[in-house]
Design a protein around this ligand. Sequence first.
Ligand code: HGY
Ligand code: MN
Ligand code: MN
Length: 426
Amino acid sequence: MTDRVPDASLPALAASVDESRQWARLMGMATLGAIPEDGVNRAALTELDRQARRLLIEWAQEAGLTVSIDDMANLFLRHEGTDPAAEPVLTGSHMDSQPNGGRFDGIWGVVAGLEAVQAIREAGLTTRRPIEIVAWTNEEGGRFAPGCMGSMAWSGHSAPNTWDAVTDLNGITFRAALDEQLALEADLPRRPLGPVGPQRPVAYVEAHIEQGPRLENDLLDIGVVTGIQGSRWFVVDIKGRSDHAGTSPVSLRQDAVQDMVRAINALNTLTHDPSDVLRFTVGRIEVHPNTSNSVADHVRFTIDLRHPEADILREKGDAIAATVQSALQHCTATVTERFNALPTAFPALVPDAVEQAAHALGLRPLRMPSGAFHDAQFMVPVCPTGMIFVPSKGGISHHPSEYTSPGQLAAGTRVLAATLLELANR
Ligand code: HGY
Ligand code: MN
Ligand code: MN
């Protein structure tokens, strides 16, 4: 490893990470889409999302970074290196939240990237390589399913027009929402989509809250993430016939809700795992006509299936459609797969750099996998990739009470800054 960052620069770098500035920025972001109990509801490609992006851009430009977006509205903030032609180190995460989300999921990784780069500059340190901070479009998939559209399109995992016809609950298509965002951000320089030419990063590091209890339970500070489990999303549409709740005999009904219950019970049997590793979730159910005194003629429900082993995810996921069909008694069903992210392992380069930075900063690291999916999952085929976790209070996330302390977040940002500095000077 050539011209490693001398540890002598570490104290100055660590001191330049400003805990209160980072916390104030996160609390500022949390006002955009604030919901009761310290929660946040800031869906992708909304006015709130655009306000958050403008706020981030303002901070970034004040710090001397340049701004650009691509055709998926992925937002990039660039710190120039002493060799501007060198391929960059990339860091970042997402700014959209779950509808009943918290103040830290995703947004901390973006704010931490800015804080880390700002600390490098304010410590008077230089990097040979540029460092770029990215805010990926629609990681959560709450408004437009699936998640990770920005990183999947950028990495070449999926074609950019894959989701054009996907609609939100108000019938707005993803394409229309994306075109609106691009039009409203037409003042921002446009860059090509993807790791093309000098945009191809040499490494990607994503800082994120753990969203689980391990670091807190083990009294440790930093998660050195080794990989991400696989995820598959499906949508099941069950079609029957609407009838009067009082006059239609049950024996003659084609009740979509009753067949949904049969299907979910059968899927529970399919996915039952005594070791509690396989994750099966039905998180959204839409019923039509959705009135108490009419039999439902259409039900749509979602399936989120996860496992760290590709063959189990494949075996169980591939059995979902047949399991649904065999459970039906009076209706018909279609099962559509929406998302298929394979389990990924991070090559040693970035996890090793993260672990080394944590030790050099006197922090306690733990090598661990991620149960949540992240944009990092799609970066693995592009470049050496890794993630940095900080503890989540009670392991809670995708909930207003999601919490990580200012000190824990600053520790994570110091590890990110040291890792970026090291990678950008290789
Ligand atoms: O669903 C996930 O795993 C991520 O938090 N969006
Ligand atoms: Mn996230
Ligand atoms: Mn999330």
